[in-house]
Design a binder for this molecule. Structure first.
Ligand code: BGP
Length: 475
């Protein structure tokens, strides 16, 4: 019993939340660079306020982030010390193709990631690379409107081809899009979409989703052709929807919420639009425009595994039931009276991870990979500069316990677990620095000050033991 010996323990991050260095070595500007911190962020990431460049009034946390661009050797050494067997990271598209539609890639950008992969190799860490983690060149948004345009498929595949060929000897595990279902909730951040006044937003989102689904399938095809060892997974923001009560109306609403989420994985893992989506999109008059070959492409190139982020479950009440709201990973839902909540109001539900793992595995029967799970909290160093983050240990311990139960007692096939995020970084949802997830504290403060020095938190040695014991010693 226990987890398989080669279980992939590790940590996960995203280029735009840790790298900084956005003007270095020929890198171009991306959607994620121009998402400001503060009150306007919500309107920008949802595509309702068009912001395609930086202004003086706002601050842009991705510009420096935690400066992984200049600290990657130290950071990867720390990951090695933690015992990470895998590092999930992403590529900043605009380091490779600064505008997105160039003929030739930017060699300096390619060199940077090669160095990152070499460093991983030195420490026996296997990279798991997200090709697009909320990342779209501004050049492609200005000229083509982002993923609403079918031409994006070609630009994305060009990026894929460059990555698959250039990094053949370093990388064989890939994710095509981070949290693909976020296109419905944060379409500018997820897909570079800004809405025009009066247009049917749902129609635009599902058209863009279709382009990503086709692009993702063609990426699977290309990855397998270039290197038969390549494995490509999809990635979605998971968290089962619970009905607020056993009233059939609440149960029905919860089912609709799950279907909205699973839609993407249904296509990527099974290879076709599920019946409920066909009916509803057609009835709403927003069935996406497709090319004749799309159906065959989706059918032929399904993903090798399914990965997801899990932060919380959702609690769903029928419209008009007047129940209180709770926050969550870019989704709001009803407040679950049986759970406690993080400082950011996200529900804490470890058993929910076991439930989600079971539901996803029952539905697809493909290997699963938990590629994000963690607790965003304010960490305050004590007078000696130490951080006692027992709340984080508690959160992770209970989630890992639930994960192990899903594997050991329920038979779920699980490849690995990468916690979000081993080293503090910028929050995607809020743009804040003070919402920290790491085992390593970065001295970077909300106002941009700080030395960027890295310090291990209490949770560092705890996670080290977890990995060392392959999840047997949870402290
Ligand atoms: C997911 C993203 C990550 C990460 C995480 C935590 O949606 O894939 O990029 O940021 O959520 O969310 P937040 O940063 O909003 O706390």
């Amino acid at each position: 019993m226990g987890l398989q010996e080669n279980f992939l323990w590790g940590g996960a991050s995203a280029a735009n939340q840790c790298e900084g260095g956005i003007f270095e070595d020929g890198r171009g500007l991306a959607n994620v660079d121009v998402c400001p911190a503060g009150k306007d962020r919500g309107d920008v990431i949802s595509g309702r306020r068009k912001m395609l460049s930086m202004d003086q009034e706002h601050t842009y946390p991705a510009a420096v982030a935690v400066d992984f661009y200049h600290h990657f050797r130290e950071d990867i050494r720390l990951l090695g010390e933690l015992g990470c067997r895998v590092y999930r990271m992403s590529i900043a598209w605009t380091r490779i193709f600064p505008q997105g539609d160039e003929e030739e890639p930017n060699e300096a950008g390619l060199e940077f990631y090669k160095e990152v992969f070499r460093e991983c190799q030195k420490r026996n860490i296997r990279p798991l690379v997200t090709i697009s983690h909320f990342d779209c060149p501004i050049g492609l948004i200005e000229k083509y409107g982002g993923w609403r345009n079918r031409k994006m498929i070609g630009f994305y595949l060009k990026l894929c081809k460059t990555l698959f060929t250039r990094y053949k000897e370093y990388v064989s595990d890939w994710l095509n899009f981070n949290e693909i279902n976020m296109i419905l909730h944060a379409p500018f951040m997820g897909a570079g979409i800004c809405f025009e006044p009066g247009e049917d937003e749902e129609a635009v989102k599902y058209q863009a989703a279709h382009h990503e689904l086709v692009a993702g399938a063609l990426a699977v095809k290309m990855a397998h052709e270039i290197n038969p060892k390549n494995r490509v997974g999809c990635m979605f923001a998971a968290g089962s929807a619970y009905p607020r009560t056993c009233s059939p109306e609440d149960v029905w609403e919860a089912l609709l919420t799950d279907q909205e989420n699973y839609f993407f994985v249904d296509v990527q893992a099974r290879g076709y639009y599920p019946a409920y989506a066909v009916k509803r999109l057609k009835k709403r008059g927003i069935w996406p425009k497709m090319d004749p070959e799309d159906e065959a492409v989706l059918k032929s190139y399904t993903v090798d595994f399914i990965s997801f982020s899990y932060y919380n479950s959702r609690c769903i009440a029928a419209p008009g039931s007047g129940s209180e709201e709770a926050e969550g990973n870019l989704f709001k839902s009803a407040k679950n009276p049986y759970l406690t909540f993080s400082e950011w109001g996200w529900p804490i539900d470890p058993l929910g991870l076991r439930i989600t793992l079971n539901q996803v595995y029952d539905r697809y029967q493909k290997p699963l990979f938990i590629v994000e799970n963690g607790l965003g909290a304010v960490d305050t160093p004590d007078e000696n500069g130490e951080i006692h983050d027992s709340y984080r240990i508690e959160y992770l311990r209970e989630h890992i316990r639930a994960m192990k139960a899903a594997v050991e007692e329920d038979g779920v096939e699980l490849i690995g677990y990468t916690s979000w995020a081993p080293i503090d970084l910028i929050s995607a949802g809020s743009g804040e620095m003070k919402k920290r997830y790491g085992f390593v504290y970065v001295d970077k403060q909300e106002d941009g000050s700080g030395t960027l020095a890295r310090t291990k938190k209490q949770s560092f040695s705890w996670y080290q033991k977890v990995i060392e014991s392959n999840g047997e010693d949870l402290g």
